[in-house]
Design a protein around this ligand. Structure first.
Ligand code: AHR
Length: 681
């Protein structure tokens, strides 16, 4: 196996071993601390409604979207046919030839001459009969729903003989037929034939057979099957249950398309947005870089059909009322893999891609790329305001490419906000923190509007780092904590769990992000989605199978912060100090000018129930009751398809006057909302 080919896997594995070592001993220490250390059972906390520290940006809590773990093909994109256009490395990957005994069937992958859709499949049926066909296995099976019409389509032409019809069958895991359809009228010209049928049964592991009737030679391409109960009922659209989970988070932004997928294992595999827009059969199927990344989770059938491409990402952002945040390749492949660089004198096409992307998103319909957006169904601009230049890039090579790219963007679009990277978490860098220091030196000079930082650390680190941004320069770039997730075992370890300890530790850390809303303006957990059978990386925010999805404890933490953000950060202190982990307590307070609510979020990371005595200054009196939302569980609690062990519970609590006490359960996160008539000045 090519050594470089595996280097990200190797790097994550090294980080994993180191982290396992560190996290095991740290966890033991923390465990000991949790069990024995007595912390005060009561805390006296002062909130000052009249003292606004900062605005909390509407973008504070958003979504990081990357096609990893079969997040799109096999996931969000509701297409049920895998390798529908025969473009995978093996043209028949995902397909099996079906034939009756004695029937001669030959499949010949043919070249179209069109580099954007290079293959179709020729099927030669040598004997008359109705027993020649193909089976598609779907993405670890197909999720088929009873009583929901499914749309089938195929591009087909007859070449010789009398094959005039195709019969379609959906079969359950026992091979019983649960739906049938038929398309007729095959001619010698390419045409798209379509039909719809409604399954008689729900099945998570269905397959689809297509049978050719007659004998001769027939060509096929773009074989497709979609359920019709998609998000907003859009034809050939997205899985509604998965989008709904995103919508419920009320995200402030949508970062896409990643992640390392932006960079590619090498430059040939980088994400090229122009290959992902326009007619669906002209989008260039590309290997997914997570196909071969991890030896422990190989996914040879992981490709990108780009049925969800940049147009669909922009549309999704619009549906979610989230700011679109595309990240663009800056002439560098993933530095954890090949680190391949485009020579500086050949950077122009990459720069042009960035400029054209802005035109695609925002340009008038009279421009080349604005017209394409309009032709695709969206004449109005998408109103994109920011662009990420590179994902996890570092070293002088990054700066050499960043500078001309940003100069060109700013020259044409001075209002565009630039997101610069700091590579990743310094703990997994080849040269450790040096790389981060070098980049920050550059950012202090170059002053991008926003700098993106990533953290994949153990739960202890998250609990201990709520003060991480306390000393960041208030006059420098704003901070985007673009990827973070607490790793229960080690970075990208397949043993990592989305348990309550990781989620609660993230909650503690997030109070620190919000408390620093003056500099931290955007944050997102990573990765977002994982197919329960097809994943490569864990932990992840949302797990799904072919029919269902469940929200992890980490998701509930994200959602509680996002849906209880507040518009203005206000002062909250214990004994004049921020609540950033003293005695295992963390807290922030905000007021929300839209709802008129005072919002206090607090996290108790100790194994001890506490009583929090609040004094609220800056208001005359509080109403008698407030709403308390609580997330809690055993540290090892996880959610699953069978049910949620950790989910928010809501109850009414007594407040009133300007002092009141609220319980804070052991190992819990709580949100208190009190409707205020007078929110202070
Ligand atoms: O979130 C998974 C990966 O972690 C992302 O693709 C990358 O940016 C980071 O290394």
């Amino acid at each position: 196996m090519n050594k470089l080919y595996k280097s990200l896997g190797a790097l994550f594995a090294t980080a994993l071993i180191l982290t396992i070592g560190i996290s095991c001993s740290e966890n033991r220490a923390a465990e000991a601390k949790k069990g024995t250390e007595e912390t005060p059972g009561t805390s006296n906390i002062d909130v000052d409604v009249s003292e606004v520290i900062a605005e909390i940006q509407p973008t504070m809590y958003g979504i990081f979207f990357e096609d990893i773990n079969f997040a799109i093909d096999g996931g969000l994109y509701a297409e049920l046919v895998k390798n529908r256009s025969f473009e995978f490395d093996k043209p028949l990957r995902g397909w099996t030839v079906l034939k009756d005994q004695g029937l001669g069937v030959r499949t010949l992958p043919m070249n179209t001459g069109n580099p954007r859709n290079p293959r179709y499949l020729r099927i030669q049926i040598d004997e008359t009969g109705s027993g020649a066909g193909l089976k598609n296995e779907g993405f670890r099976g197909m999720g088929i729903k009873e009583n929901i019409p499914h749309d089938f389509s195929i591009q087909v032409r007859g070449v010789e003989g009398n094959v005039s019809a195709i019969r379609i069958e959906l079969t359950d895991s026992q091979d019983n037929v649960i739906a049938e359809g038929r398309v007729n009228g095959i001619t010698n010209d390419w045409q798209t034939l379509e039909t719809s049928f409604t399954p008689s049964k729900t099945e998570s592991n269905a397959t689809m057979n297509i049978w050719f009737e007659g004998e001769g030679v027939v060509d096929i391409d773009m074989v497709s099957l979609f359920p019709t109960d998609t998000w907003k009922g859009r034809k050939k659209g997205l899985r509604a249950d998965l989008v709904q989970l995103l919508a419920d988070m009320e995200p402030g932004f949508l970062r896409f398309p990643g992640g390392c997928i932006v960079e590619g294992f090498d430059l040939s595999q980088r994400y090229q947005w122009k290959n992902t827009v326009g007619d669906i059969d002209e989008r260039v199927v590309t290997i997914n870089r997570w196909n071969f990344e991890f030896d422990h989770r190989p996914a040879p059938d992981y490709y990108q059909s780009f049925g969800v491409g940049f147009y669909e990402y922009f549309l999704l952002a619009e549906d979610l009322k989230a700011e679109p945040m595309p990240i663009i390749n800056c002439g560098m492949a993933c530095q954890f893999n090949t680190g391949e660089l485009v020579p500086l004198d050949e950077l122009q096409p990459y720069i042009q891609d960035a400029l054209d992307l802005i035109e695609f998103a925002n340009g008038s319909v009279d421009t080349k790329w604005g017209k394409l957006r309009a032709d695709m169904g969206h004449p109005e601009p998408f109103n994109m305001k920011m662009i990420g230049v590179g994902n996890e890039q570092w070293g002088p090579q990054y700066i050499e490419r960043y500078v001309p790219m940003v100069q060109a963007i700013k020259q044409k679009y001075p209002e565009m906000q630039i997101i610069a990277a700091t590579g990743s978490d310094g703990s997994i860098f080849p040269n450790g923190e040096e790389e981060i220091d070098y980049l920050w030196e550059q950012w202090r000079k170059l002053q991008p509007e926003i700098v993106d930082e990533h953290f994949y650390r153990n739960p202890d680190w998250f609990r201990e780092s709520a003060d991480w941004y306390d000393d960041y320069d208030r006059n420098g770039p704003k901070l985007f904590v673009g990827e973070y997730a607490s790793q229960s075992v080690g970075v990208a370890s397949p043993e990592n769990k989305n348990n309550w300890e990781t989620a609660m530790s993230e909650a503690a850390f997030i109070t620190g992000l919000e408390r620093n809303a003056e500099v931290v303006t955007m944050t997102s957990y990573a990765p977002l989605f994982a197919h329960a059978e097809g994943w490569q990386w864990t932990p992840d925010l949302i797990w799904f199978n072919n029919l269902e999805a469940y929200a992890t404890p980490n998701y509930h933490v994200q959602k509680l912060f996002s849906t209880n953000r507040g518009t203005h950060l206000i002062n909250i202190k214990e004994d004049g100090k921020d609540l950033s982990g003293q005695n295992g307590l963390y807290a922030t307070a905000s007021k929300d000018e839209e709802s008129g609510d005072l919002i206090i979020k607090f996290v108790n990371t100790t194994g001890q129930d506490k009583q929090l005595n609040f004094t609220v200054n800056g208001v005359d009196a509080l109403p008698d009751t407030g709403k308390l939302l609580v997330l809690k569980g055993d540290l090892s609690s996880e959610n699953s398809f069978d049910g949620a062990n950790v989910k928010p519970e809501e109850r009414s609590v007594k407040v009133g006057g300007t002092t009141f006490s609220i319980p804070s359960a052991s190992y819990s996160m709580s949100v208190l909302r009190v409707q205020m008539s007078d929110l202070g000045s």
